[in-house]
Design a protein around this ligand. Structure first.
Ligand SMILES: [Ca+2]
Length: 210
């Protein structure tokens, strides 16, 4: 095969490849204009005022404390905590990350362990029923004793947005309601009224703005 013939074949193959890879994907043979893909935005969902706190003995909500109390008191009444974040302005959720920090403890709260986190429908305000009502999803996490926690709650926040809930709420509770020793045993989580603002609970949501 002569060099000229080889060159002709090479040019022919190159032409076929160019056509196959097809820059000419538009109906008129020109290049198609692609609309830019929507980009997610990242927002920090604010804590709902009056939505976070804890419930004492299944009857008394506390929403003005710098700490969430978990465990029991000297009357063997349980403490059950709730975190609650406003979903106003949140569109289709791509990613949601919940972070919160441990406070100082007292006694032996882990005698009531494990510590669980439930996804609940808190209705945007903390009331006594939030401590005992059935969860949307129970025990989405078992929490170890850590200085802080960073948890993927994408599925839960997606479900809240899809259901049209105004807030995402998470309940934190020890497995046992009391260890029955007539002594307070308390584990604490730092809440949004604490002076250490860098340790406040936060829910960071990556979403497509509606
Ligand atoms: Ca106790």
């Amino acid at each position: 095969m002569g060099c000229k013939r080889l060159l002709e074949i090479t040019i022919a193959i190159a032409g076929l490849l160019f056509a196959a890879c097809g820059g000419s994907s538009g109906p008129d043979g020109g290049m198609m204009e692609l609309s830019p893909a929507p980009m997610p935005v990242e927002d920090i969902a604010p804590v709902v005022a009056g939505g976070e706190g804890y419930v004492v003995g299944g009857v008394s909500p506390v929403t003005d404390a710098p700490f969430m109390a978990l465990g029991d008191n000297a009357l063997d009444n349980p403490f059950v905590g709730v975190l609650c974040f406003d979903l106003t302005g949140i569109g289709s959720v791509e990613q949601a990350t919940l972070t919160f920090h441990r406070g100082l403890g007292l006694g032996d709260p882990w005698s009531m362990g494990p510590l669980f986190m439930d996804h609940i429908d808190g209705g945007g305000s903390l009331d006594a029923a939030d401590a005992t009502d059935p969860a949307l999803t129970e025990a989405i996490y078992e929490l170890m004793d850590e200085p802080s926690w960073t948890l993927d709650v994408t599925a839960q926040v997606q479900a809240d947005v899809a259901a049209g809930r105004s807030a995402s709420s998470f309940r934190i509770r020890f497995d046992l309601t009391t260890n029955g020793d007539a002594t307070q045993d308390i584990y604490r989580v730092i809440m949004s009224k604490h002076v250490a603002s860098e340790q406040h609970p936060s829910l960071v949501i990556s979403h497509f703005a509606p």
